[in-house]
Design a binder for this molecule. Sequence first.
Ligand code: FEO
Ligand code: CA
Ligand code: CA
Length: 646
Amino acid sequence: MDRPLRTTLEQLINTRTNRREAVKGILAAGGAMTAIWCMPELSVAGPGDAGSIEPEAIEDQGVGFKELAHVCETGDASEVASIGVTEGYNTQVFIRWGDPVVAGATKMDLLRPDPKDQEKQFGYNNDFIAYLPIQRGSDNSRHGILCVNHEYTHPELMFPGITYDDKLETRSDEQVRIELAAHGHSVLEIRQDDDQAWHVVPDSPLNRRFTLNTEFEISGPAAGHPRMQTEQDPSGKRVVGTISNCSGGVTPWGTVLSGEENIQYYFHGEIGETTEVENLKRMSIDGTGDYSFFRLDNRFDLGSTPNEPNRFGWVVEIDPYDPNRPAVKRTALGRFRHEGAATALNHDGRVVVYSGDDERFEYLYKFVSSQKYDPHHLEKNRDLLDEGVLYVAKFNADDSVKWLPLVYGAGPLTWKNGFFSQADVLIETRRAADFLGATPMDRPEDVEEHPMTHNVFVVLSNNVERTEDQLDPANPRPVNNHGHIIELNIPQVAGKPDHAATDHGWSMFLKAGQLEQDDAWYQGQKPDTWLSCPDNITFDNQGRLWIATDGFQKASGVLDGIYACEVAGPRRALTKQFFHVPTGAELCGPCFTPDNSTLFVAIQHPGEYSTFDEPSTRWPNEPTSNLPPQPSVVAITRTGGGPISG
Ligand code: FEO
Ligand code: CA
Ligand code: CA
């Protein structure tokens, strides 16, 4: 590509405000990403080398696999169009968009998908993955339940004749119905065969689909409030549908939490002059969303149903072990763009749920339950997430963090500022947090507790809009193209974590990017493979951190992937790539079985920035086929078996 295009894309990345705007710009710039920033890694040592260790000296330390080199989007075409894993591992495309889930389902004909069939088939854009052993509470790594979020849809990749720019008008009503059914969540009973291959147990009574047509209960302090009531639901306690289910978490009692994230894209029409105007603006709901659901259901028409957006943006709790139990939106955890919802058990038995609000300059939250988890009586934990205190984080200049309670009547959260109840505080969590002076972060994505140290890792994906005069210790880079990860130092009480503490320290874990040109930092050393735009994280059973990326291709022309590193010792934060996705995709939901013998990863939106008619990849289908790419879950195992990173 020539220089002018580089300028165009630099401007694009520096000005885009979300994925959809980025896609529009990329398509306008020529229909494909360019690899102009996909540069070879510089070989000189990084800053802060004093005391660093030579690679030879630590050859036998660290993560136990050979580095997978970056794949540049302009590299070998077959490599770019597919997945790749480092030597010594096997990959299985375990389930794809359109595969059967619910009893009686058929496999999708990708050239003639059907909305009724989609209700029973695996949804689109798989994101969060949870593996729950069968039986509940066991560590069975060969037989379990896989829970998968379906975040959103790409009609221009799902159906012929649609482009990114005209999709609002050109998709048919039938295609819109397929999209409604392709959102949500899948629950799958799965087994591993003797040859390491995984399969869905066909027609299992545990297999379920949650879609935009499924009814959910609403519980907690905002349930039933007049601002939650609509013509269709005068009770304010039942809502049809869940949308934009991004990441999530698993509770100690074996339920799954699913975060409703980018709800702003789903509502259309005039905001008008209702009392919800400020609320809608604060959630970036401006009536110009790029979904067409409003054509079929006036719940998505802001003029007709101004309260409907108040019924989305929550954390959903699903019990995958009980197919008859309805899923519940837990309002006590607040309403914002939940990336996920990671639970941690406090030293005294209370349950803490950490959640990031994934937008530039938004906040980090945690919920602390009032009651304690009871490991012996499942039913006592059913509504544990309905009562407690939601906090928002303020990072101080002295490398400490203070958690500020979002409680109606306390401080500025009173009628004087438009809050008349705790329901108001929760429905407008962001506006309440503004009044408390919370710290605006660089797009909080995943937040996870380390299984051994109990420290909490917070992923900040990127924020190109941060300026020099907006820096703080927890968000230290202007034009943060590559993101960073911070580690909250959780205090202990009698050797157990005090996640309910409202004051404690934190430290920088890594600043992503390439050392010499991005002010990157990996504990003062040079990583095996640098990374960019961290998103979802998980830990293996040796306590190593696995980091999935989303946006590396946009930022640097390098295919997204998953990286692993130690969290302590001389190789702390020295990331090494393990796996890469096909062009256009992001990697989501990394999830190990309890014995770490399988790593499930979600390949979301392969072929993004292209169309069904001219896809940049057809993965996992053959490149010579006439089939579109399919978001899919891949199971990774070690050749010969054993833990992934032994
Ligand atoms: Fe859906 Fe924040 O990623
Ligand atoms: Ca994410
Ligand atoms: Ca993301």
